[in-house]
Ligand binder design. Sequence first.
Ligand code: MG
Length: 281
Amino acid sequence: MKTALIAKTLLATVLAAATVTLAQAQKKASAIVAHRGYWNCEAGGYARNSLAALESAQKAGFWGSEFDVNMTADSVLLVFHDAHINGKRIDQTPYAEFKDYRLENGEPIPTLDQYLEQAKKYPKTVLVFEMKWHSTDEIENRAIALSIEKLKAHKLFSPKRVIFISFSPNASRVLAQSAPGFTVQYLGSDRRPAQVAAELGMNGVDTWFKTMLDDATWYPEARKLGMSVNTWTVNNADQMETLFEMGVDQLTTDNPMEAREVLSKMGMREVVAGKKIKIKK
Ligand code: MG
């Protein structure tokens, strides 16, 4: 009888501990952002910022898919990371000069219109829209106004569908003013990114993972300011684990499937496409 009682007590203790652990794990949740789409796989064509990479991120059900936007001299918005193509500065060169350029998978560089057409096919995937740094504030401001026009035309200008990120302080400020109610994250690797973001009128930070790992003192400050916290570009499983443990809202990575496995191994919940991120306090 006594043995049975001990066994019963032990079982109850184990169950209680498991319930607490499960409750803690449920409280901890992070979203994965595919950096330049889920390009690092066959379906993504191993081509960053391609339509195929966006589609494979959408199909995999990651919370968000990141992409970069640059504007040509004749006001065509392109989804492309670098400021130059074959030595020509994008914002000083007409689109015709880039028409024949091909990505690694043979796709032409997507225009923002083409990209948003693909985006519309999967309404749950959040677009993590990076406005790149342009030659002047004036060009940058036109690129932002035109981007918002395009998002509206494609019925995607909604805080549920898009968040904005930028390194450019000017673009950051203008985006925060132009998209009230949206998440607008500062991409800097400054020592105190939250403070800089707040000064620019933004409500989030998207910080280089090394800044996050080397100096987490600003992290509580970001939370105190009610900011969302994203981090880029985390491609190592151990570092992913540390940052998930820290409590980032979003983790941006070239290896989103690996990030999914890390979350699962940690017993944490993945905030998938269509689910709302609850900003941690
Ligand atoms: Mg980017």
